[in-house]
Design a protein around this ligand. Structure first.
Ligand code: GDP
Length: 444
């Protein structure tokens, strides 16, 4: 997970102070020394670290914190708030032009994930905001960049505007906007050229495009894995072009977090989105508060709920509810459920969003990994149709057969059957409670 080292160290340090009934100024100082080291090790810009520590210290040794009933908790609250502010406070939104189309220019170095993010952003705008974007291939230098965008357009069933690699990016961008007006596309997302390093020719060209199309947003795509380099790149682009937002890619990798925590302070540009994988739906709005909570091990329930809402099929959910009510929930439905959970992303990542779970994971006794789910799936798939519908027919010899067929053990099969039984029992209880309520007895 991203931020793992930083999260571990900060949580370790804060743990020591959390339950303390009395906290002295010396305690705070000692703690801040450790926080400072943790941030520096996570490759956070040293000036940013210095400012951060100063602010937390000032607030944490204040009367209302140290003399409160829960000083340890209060100090953690201060750290949380300051971390949130460091990453930009409130979450920022995407502009909407008064007269469509809204024009977004994507800029960044080669390999940062610009072309992929262009597709992800278009997908996001359509899925979450019901928009109709036009993708524009204006990176005429990187071999295959145009083709890559066209492939992405096909995957998304979205139009891509391109004039090949012999027409200037300025001309491509201008004509694309004309086309968008004709076709009623309300967003135009321009994938511009990147270089391996920031150079004058690149900046000049981007300035020309900017001048020609007057974009409503200029999004800089930076690779979070490059740490402080990402911050320097952001500074150069911002000085030359005036960037309106940053998209931080590859936050699904094991980045230490330096870029995420420094970019806002150094460049005064908000991080608007985070790339969380190579797939076209792996883009999340960047919420500084939620990110601060994840880093401090407080979970991120809101993102988890949003993920569930965007992956769970509503029709299926209704059907499931009915099955639960009528007690006709079978192993096939169970498989369906597993598939839905899986499509939300790697379990590891999901667990990090549940408060306290990242610590529980470390304890090893909670063994909820993808392999475990794979096992359960294999067992269910080795059952016959009749067994799935009526698990009570699964006797000893059938259990042996299922274990063999699924490459598991009889104990594994037993465990799953028992869990399923318990789940059904629980559903029955819940259903009875519901019925009780309807009759007007039951609980308040
Ligand atoms: P460009 O040169 O800036 O247009 O970069 P590309 O869009 O071609 O991306 C470069 C590589 O990074 C590709 O292999 C992408 O699949 C990968 N990539 C982009 N964004 C992400 C992300 O958020 N996470 C991960 N893991 N990979 C990404």
């Amino acid at each position: 997970m991203a931020f793992e080292g930083l999260a571990d160290r900060l949580q370790g340090t804060l743990q020591k102070i959390r339950g303390k009934g009395k906290v002295s100024e010396a305690d705070v100082k000692e703690m801040m020394r450790e926080v400072r080291l943790a941030l520096l090790e996570a490759d956070v810009n040293f000036k940013v670290v210095k400012e951060f520590i100063k602010r937390v210290k000032e607030r944490a040794v204040g009367q209302e914190v140290l003399q409160s009933l829960t000083p340890g908790q209060q100090v953690i609250k201060v750290v949380h708030e300051e971390l949130k502010d460091l990453m930009g406070g409130e979450q920022s939104k995407i502009a909407v032009a008064n007269r469509p189309p809204t024009v977004i220019m994507m800029v960044g170095l080669q390999g940062a994930g610009k072309t992929t993010t262009t597709g992800k952003l278009a997908n996001h705008l359509r899925k979450k905001h019901n928009r109709k974007p036009l993708l524009v291939a204006a990176d005429i230098y990187r071999p295959a960049a145009i083709q890559q965008l066209e492939t992405i357009g096909k995957q998304l069933s979205m139009p891509v505007f391109s004039l090949g690699d012999q027409v200037s990016p300025v001309e491509i961008a201008k004509q694309a906007i004309q086309k968008a007006k004709e076709e009623h596309n309300d967003y135009v997302i321009i994938d511009t050229a990147g270089r391996l390093h920031v150079d004058e020719a690149l900046m000049n060209e981007l300035e020309e495009v900017k001048e020609a199309v007057k974009p409503d947003e200029i999004f800089l795509v930076v690779d979070a894995m490059t740490g402080q380099d990402a911050v320097n790149v952001a500074e150069s682009f911002n000085n030359a072009l005036g960037v309106s937002g940053v998209v931080l890619t590859k936050l699904d990798g094991d980045t230490r977090g330096g870029a995420a925590l420094s970019i806002r302070s150094v460049t005064d540009t908000p991080i608007k989105f985070a790339g969380m994988g190579e797939k076209l739906d792996a883009l999340e709005a960047f919420h500084p508060e939620r990110m601060a909570s994840r880093i401090l091990g407080m979970g991120d329930v809101l993102t988890l709920i949003e993920k569930a809402q965007s992956t769970v099929d509503e029709e299926k959910a209704k059907e499931l509810e009915k099955k639960m009510r009528t007690m006709s929930f079978t192993f096939d439905d169970f498989l369906d459920q597993l598939d839905q959970v899986r499509s939300m992303g790697p379990l590891d990542e999901l667990l990090d969003m549940i408060p306290g779970m990242n610590k529980a994971k470390g304890m090893k006794n909670i063994n909820v990994d993808d392999k475990q789910i794979g096992k359960v799936e294999a067992i269910i798939r080795s059952m016959t149709k009749d067994e799935k519908l009526h698990p009570e027919v699964i006797n000893a010899s059938r259990r042996k057969r299922i274990a063999l067929g699924s490459g598991t053990t009889v104990q594994d099969v037993n465990r799953l059957l028992k869990q399923f039984e318990e789940m059904k029992k629980m559903m029955k209880q819940m259903t009875n409670m519901q019925k009780g309520k309807k009759k007007g007895k039951g609980f308040n």
